[in-house]
Design a protein around this ligand. Structure first.
Ligand code: AP5
Length: 232
């Protein structure tokens, strides 16, 4: 297995709703000892806490639309400022537009940092719908699946004992909107990062362990190739 710890200290997970960004991001972050930053989780926490941000974001999230770039960029900047300086980060769900990607570059530049690898997780829509229909989430963000990754006790989080919920934006009509929004606003990031030479493609149709192995290999392999050509 390549030394994924030497991969650029900023990894972005890119991919359609339900492809497994959260599932894989938590695991990669844990293995590397890096922060896993999911903007969806940050927004859902703000919603639960009833903050102004949560109230503002709710109508976009419920409709399956993107929260405006300015709001998201401020949220991520603020979150990054609270992390230990230089700590590695696995981003999940951010950036989601070219404008967000450019803002992330500007936020990292003063520390001499940059996005190292962007892993595009890819699976057909039929797989995404099946995964989303079976998803159950704990308020703390732990994600299960009634078909593929069930909790030990039906409807209860293994880690916290809290009741699991079906996300409000996981209704089929909203999922269709989210997929359309992904194609329109987020898919252009594939070309954006490919042109920078930092995009790796990861087939995400397999089971959770198979996808993790492919992600791990792709991120580590990309880094090894980068080091071989640049000496860094
Ligand atoms: P967000 O929470 O980011 O939603 P998303 O991108 O649509 O992604 P999901 O959380 O639906 O899926 P995932 O890829 O993380 O899959 P998961 O691992 O859960 O965003 C929600 C909303 O917030 C947006 O619509 C928007 O309104 C707003 N927002 C967030 N970020 C924003 C931003 N940057 N800008 C603007 N607005 C923003 O897996 C899915 C299910 O499948 C789970 O049940 C899991 O257990 C299962 N599973 C995972 N992998 C596998 C596998 N390999 N095999 C079988 N089952 C699997």
């Amino acid at each position: 297995m390549p030394d994924v710890k030497s991969a650029g200290r900023i990894v972005v997970l890119l991919g359609a709703p339900g492809v497994g960004k959260g599932t894989q991001g938590v695991r990669l972050g844990r293995e590397l000892g890096w922060a896993h930053v999911s903007t969806g989780d940050l927004l859902r926490a703000a919603l639960r806490d009833g903050t102004r941000l949560g109230l503002e974001a709710r109508r976009y999230m419920d409709a399956g639309e993107l929260v405006p770039d300015g709001v998201m960029i401020d949220l991520v900047r603020e979150h990054l400022a609270g992390l230990e300086p230089g700590r590695g980060v696995v981003f999940d769900g951010f950036p989601r537009t070219v404008q967000q990607a450019e803002a992330l570059d500007r936020a990292l530049a003063p520390e001499g940092r940059a996005v190292g690898v962007v892993a595009l997780l890819d699976a057909p829509e039929s797989v995404l719908f099946k995964r989303i229909s079976g998803r159950r989430s704990s308020p703390g963000g732990r994600v299960y699946n009634v078909y593929f990754d069930p909790p030990r006790r039906d409807g209860i989080c293994d880690e916290t004992g809290e009741p699991l919920i079906h996300r409000a934006d996981d209704q089929p009509d909203t999922v269709r909107t989210r997929l359309a929004v992904y194609q329109k606003a987020t898919a252009p990031l594939i070309g954006h990062y490919d042109a920078k030479g930092i995009l790796v493609r990861v087939g995400a149709e397999g089971d959770i362990d198979q996808v993790y192995a492919a992600l791990h290999a792709a991120v580590g392999g990309h880094r090894a190739a980068h080091a071989a050509t640049t000496g860094r």
